[in-house]
Each structure stands twice: as C-alpha cells, then as structure tokens.
Design a protein around this ligand. Structure first.
Ligand code: ZN
Length: 567
C-alpha cells in the first residue's frame, strides 16, 4: 500500500497547497525561460519545499512540454516526470540530503558533475539540496564557486527549515539565491485536504477525527497524511477521533477535563489518580503538559471572544466548563506556573513528581481576584468558598408567600454557578425574611448581621461596606440606607455598589427592592414627588443608576473609572 502522503503528493505547481506565491513565481519563470541558477526554499517541515523543488525539476525536463505554448507546468505523467516525482535515481535531477552529505569532497564532486551538460538536449541539471543548513562552511565555499560562474542549464535548489543558519555560515551564497518563504499550512487547509484524500480513498471519518489530525500535524501536510495513514492502519471502518488519538498515543480530552475540574474544586487529592492513570496508559508527560498548555490557551482565547479553530466537540465542552470556573487571571497564573516547569519536566529524573507538583500548585493557588471585580463586589465569581454549601430544603410551593412583585432574577455575570454544581442554590438566593406583605423595618434591620455575612461572602470589601450601613427607612419597596455612626467614609463606596446592594437586599427580602442612599438619618421621601425631594447627590446617583441599568458597558466603565454624572 502506497503511503497517502506520497500518493497525494502534488505533481503540478497548481496543486501546491497554500504556497500560491511560490508556485506562481516558479511556474512563471519556467514559462518565460527565466529560471535562476539558485533558489532557497525556506519554511517549516512538511509544507512542500522538496515537492516544489521536484515540480520545478519536472517542469524543466518534462517530455510533453509544448515549446510553442509553455505553461510552466509539468505534465506529471511522462517517464521523466514520474522519475523525478518519485525521487528515483536520475542523472539530471540529483537530490542530496545535506544532513548526511556534509563533506567538502561531496561538494567538489558536485562541482565536477555540474560541469557536464544534462543528458537530454534542452534539459536541465537540477540539484536539490535538502536540509541545506547542515552543509559545512567548506561545502558552501565550493558551492559558491559554482554559483559565481554557473554552467548553463544548471539549477540549484536549497531547501531548509533554518535559513538563519545559512545566513550565519554562508551569507555570500545567500545573496546569489532567489529566496522563497513557504507558509505554514493552516488547520483549515489541512482539514480540507484530509477530507479530499478521504473522499478519494472512499473512506469515512468524523469531523472530530479530522480536527485531531490537523491539530497534531501543526501546519505540516506530510505529517497530516502520515497520521491519517497510521490511524487507518489501526482498524477498519469509520475513522473516529478516539482512533486517531489511539494511533498517536494522544491523551484524551477527558483527562484534561478531570484536571481542570480538580483545580476548579481545589481538590488536590484528585490529582494523584489522574497522573497515575496517565502513566499507566503509557502517556508521555511532556506531551500531557503541552496539551494542557494548548488547552489553557484555547480557554483564554475563548474568554477574550476569539474562537480557536479546529477544536473537537469534546474540547469545546472542556473549555466551556473551565470558563465557568476559572477566570482569565486564574488561567494566566496556571500558564505561568506551567511554563516555569516546562523544561524541568524534560530534564528531571522524576518527571512524574514535577507534573504532580504543578497540578497540586494549581489546585492550591489563590484564585486571582481582579481589583475592579472586588470593588464591584462581584468578586465571588473568583473566590467563592470551596467548601460545599449546605443544601437548602426546597419549600413546597403552597407555602410560598404571595408576592406583589416578581422575584429578582440573579444577574448572570455576578452569579455564576459554582463548582458545587447546578441545582444547588448559593446561599444568597435564600430569603431571610419570609413574611408576606410589605417589608418591615425591624425585620430588615434585625437581619442586618446576616445580610452583612452574605455580602462578605461576595467579597470582603463589599461586606465591609454593608457593615457600615444602616436601614434608615422603608417605603413600600424602597429602602433608604444611611451610614452607620462611624461609617461616613463608606458611603461613597456604597453608592457605587448600589445595584449590588439592591440585589443583595432583594434576595434577602424575596422581592424587588430599590435602594436609596441618604447622607444621614433622613426620612425617606414618599410618593411620586420623591425625586424632587432627594438631595442633589441622590439624584445624580439615581440618574447614574438608571443609565447603568440601560447600558452594561457603561455600568462596567462606571465602576472601573469611579464615574460620576457631570451635569
Ligand atoms: Zn512530464
């Protein structure tokens, strides 16, 4: 069975994937009879450098080229094309692997051979030097002499993944070469090509399987098709992502999911079985750490609104779960710890210990708390307690007090579901005051310590703010708060957190509450003329609140910049 990478290797410039710029230039040079004496093809491995060199050699020697109407393309089928394409022995087209032919003698030999004309009339001698950066300085010097006075109809094509090394050892040669930089082949182009090959081979595969292949190939088409070969040889039938992973010895997404879940739950104990299972399955810990880094990067990208391409559906699930529990700050910190140990894993005599330590540090690290988030009081998202919350007994609906106003729905961004799992209400959702009917001043004031405790669960700072407030008066659903005797300094902070205060109190009393902030122990204005009787400051706060309610972006900006309304 012919390897797919070989079977589907392009035979014409037009088939060179992604490298259109190179293909067009070389084809044009052949068509116009303006082929240079030396080319340097650079780029990552598996992107078509050697293939392009062979197509050039084919185009220069093809038996079926029409001299009256040269297109620059080889036929790809004649005996000469076939020989060159397959890399078989050929007098005129010589491939040299510089990695194994580094000596000066080889270069001298090359020089002598280059002096002979091509065996075919009007033919070209083409020397393709792979891994050209491996040539010695002496070899380059010999080559330089050829290139300084090139024999007619001789073309040198140097291919390298590391052009910088050639620049260091053979700068004078470089200046005599036409350079073409090959691009990495994007994941989408690889997926398309793999699909094409599968269809041509009449084989079926899941999209996720193709995604795993493209990710693994990392920009190299040859690798992608080799991986496909490997996976296909493993078993019959439809190609699945699991089969590809198995063929490659890749670590399944569920392992990464387990690790992230343990981190979210701060469950250090869960780490050891994961590492045990990895080693038992013969997984490479370096690969595991690389995969973890790639996944964290994907979560971060998603968090910033960029959808990473080529994800499998199970990866998307892992990412969504991670986003729910880990902030961007957490992810950055995890990546930071990871990069600290990356090289240590390779060098350590005990890589297992290095990996376990890393994962334990992840589970034990303090979650990042963004200062602005704290100020907004939404810090709970990052620092909810990891201890399990007491389960709240669900009350039968019949006992639920009638409500004149709809229950407050928790704001999505300030109340993410915690690791405790769905369906288990966080404590702030519970109502403190369950008496039906209007809110009573004494009831609310009496529950204040508990309300403070809940605020503290959100963030220590928010707790401190609420602790320094007192209930001044209640008018229907309007609650007036003022500073406690020594709490004047907290009043400004409290005003900034008005929406959050309202949420806190609304959930505490079980119905929607609006909060007004008063400077001192002032009576709450009543009725429709309320705004007129508010102080100027209150009106501003009221107006800002209204605007914030309309515009989330403004809301965030107002918090971040400590915005006040300017008349
Ligand atoms: Zn041909």
């Amino acid at each position: 069975m012919i390897a797919l990478a070989r079977k589907y290797r392009p035979r014409r410039f037009a088939d060179l994937l992604v490298q259109d710029h190179v293909a067009a230039a070389l084809r044009g040079a052949v068509a116009r009879g303006r082929v240079g004496h030396g080319y340097l093809l650079t780029g990552p491995r598996g992107v078509g450098k050697t293939t392009a060199a062979r197509i050039l050699a084919m185009a220069l020697n093809c038996e079926r080229v029409d001299p009256k109407n040269p297109t620059g393309e080889p036929c790809g089928e004649c005996a000469i094309c076939e020989r060159v394409w397959s890399g078989s022995a050929n007098l005129d087209v010589v491939e040299i692997d510089a990695a194994s032919n580094r000596s000066v003698d080889d270069a001298r030999d090359l020089r002598e051979r280059a002096m002979y004309a091509a065996s075919q009339e009007n033919g070209y001698k083409v020397y393709i030097v792979d891994e050209a950066h491996m040539l010695t300085r002496e070899a380059w010097n010999a080559l330089l002499k050829i290139l300084e006075e090139p024999p007619p109809r001789v073309v040198f094509v140097f291919a390298t993944t590391e052009p910088q090394k050639i620049a260091n050892t053979a700068a004078p040669v470089l200046s005599r070469l036409q350079r073409f930089d090959f691009k990495r082949i994007g994941a989408a182009a690889i997926r398309d090509r793999v699909r094409f090959v599968l269809a041509a081979e009449k084989l079926e595969a899941d999209d996720d399987a193709i995604a795993v292949i493209a990710r693994y190939a990392d920009g190299g088409m040859r690798d992608a098709l080799s991986v496909l070969d490997q996976a296909l040889s493993l078993s019959e039938g439809r190609l699945t992502a699991d089969r590809v992973r198995q063929a490659l010895g890749l670590i399944g997404d569920e392992v990464y999911a387990q690790v992230l879940d343990a981190v979210a739950r701060k469950d250090a104990g869960a780490i050891f079985p994961v590492v045990d299972a990895l080693l038992a399955a013969g997984a490479d810990l370096v690969e595991f750490v690389n995969g973890m880094a790639e996944l964290l990067r994907a979560v971060l990208m998603t968090a910033t609104g960029v959808e990473p391409e080529g994800l499998t559906s199970s990866q998307r699930e892992v990412i969504a779960a991670a986003r729910e529990h880990l902030s961007a700050g957490d992810l950055l910190r995890m990546l930071g710890l990871l990069t600290q140990v990356e090289t240590a894993i390779r060098r350590s005599a005990n890589p297992r210990l290095v990996v376990e330590t890393l994962l334990l540090r992840w589970t034990m690290m303090d979650r990042t708390v963004d200062i602005e988030t704290v100020l907004r009081g939404a810090g709970t998202a990052e620092r909810a307690p990891s201890r399990p919350e007491p389960r709240v007994e669900a009350r039968p609906p019949a006992q639920a007090p009638p409500r004149s106003e709809p229950r407050v729905e928790p704001r999505a961004e300030s109340r993410p579901r915690r690791a405790d799992g769905p369906g288990e209400p966080a404590p702030e959702v519970r109502e403190l005051i369950r008496e039906p009917g209007p809110i009573k001043l004494e009831a609310l004031a009496g529950s204040w310590p508990e309300i403070v405790a809940r605020a503290r669960e959100r963030s220590p700072l928010f707790g401190a703010v609420v602790e320094h407030l007192r209930v001044g008066a209640i008018d229907g659903s309007r609650v007036s708060l003022s500073a406690a005797p020594d709490g004047e300094h907290m009043l400004e902070g409290a005003k900034r957190q008005q929406p959050l205060l309202e949420e806190l109190l609304s959930t505490a009393v079980g119905s929607r509450v609006t909060v007004t902030m008063t400077e001192g122990p002032q009576p709450v204005p009543t009725g429709s003329d309320r705004p007129k009787r508010l102080s100027e400051k209150d009106m501003k706060a009221e107006r800002l609140k209204e605007l914030r309610g309309k515009d989330r972006a403004l809301d965030a900006a107002a918090d971040a910049l400590d915005l006040e309304i300017v008349d």
